[in-house]
Design a protein around this ligand. Structure first.
Ligand SMILES: CC(C)(COP(=O)(O)OP(=O)(O)OC[C@H]1O[C@@H](n2cnc3c(N)ncnc32)[C@H](O)[C@@H]1OP(=O)(O)O)[C@@H](O)C(=O)NCCC(=O)NCCS
Length: 167
């Protein structure tokens, strides 16, 4: 079941993110790796920043989360995480399909460039990688990421983004 997260889900969202983010260890810039990967304060700040989180529930427990955030004239997909033990069972795909129905705006996603599985996951769902130059420009425009994160990340856009560009 997919449902919108509430304030009561905070602790579970925190657990899922930090469980799934273990895969980043040794892969992302050292200055970005810490344990937990995202502290409660950071998560609180993110959620206060108008990110709407959705969750996938199994047997009464959230096992995956994904957020959307409106930014200027696009929608960003943020914080996509499925518990390690439940990855590769289609949960991320179901969450992504659900979120895509919630907006008519073009969707952009930024992910660590070394996270090849995540890039493949989005490509499987029709997203396409943007050039390094465009990705960097868009991260500065739509996200508030520090330069070190921009440098180590790539941006993917959905079909609507590419249609929007050719109009
Ligand atoms: C990326 C993520 C959200 C996808 O959710 P999921 O439920 O595992 O994905 P699905 O089962 O719907 O889709 C599986 C596809 O995703 C990719 N994928 C997901 N996990 C993978 C893994 N551990 N290794 C390789 N490919 C993986 C593959 O393309 C796979 O397709 P395939 O089955 O044809 O090989 C999840 O794997 C995750 O939380 N990863 C760690 C955190 C992360 O990278 N988040 C993305 C931040 S933008």
């Amino acid at each position: 079941m997919i449902r919108k997260c509430t304030a009561d889900d905070f602790e579970r969202i925190y657990e899922i993110i930090n469980n799934a983010a273990q895969v980043y260890k040794g892969l992302i810039p050292v200055e970005y790796w810490k344990e937990p990967y995202m502290s409660r304060d950071e998560l609180r700040e993110e959620l206060d920043d108008d990110i709407e989180m959705w969750g996938y529930e199994e047997d009464g427990e959230l096992v995956g989360v994904m957020g959307i955030q409106h930014s200027k004239n696009v929608t960003l997909t943020r914080h996509a995480y499925v518990c390690t033990s439940r990855q590769n069972h289609g949960i991320g795909g179901k969450l992504l399909s659900h979120l895509r129905k919630l907006t008519s705006e073009p969707i952009l996603i930024a992910t660590w460039s070394n996270a090849v599985w995540a890039v493949q996951f989005y490509e499987k769902h029709g997203f396409r990688l943007l050039s390094r130059e465009e990705g960097d420009l868009l991260q500065r425009k739509y996200w508030s990421s520090p330069e070190v994160k921009i440098y180590a990340s790539v941006v993917l856009g959905d079909e609507r983004w590419f249609d929007f560009q050719t109009r």
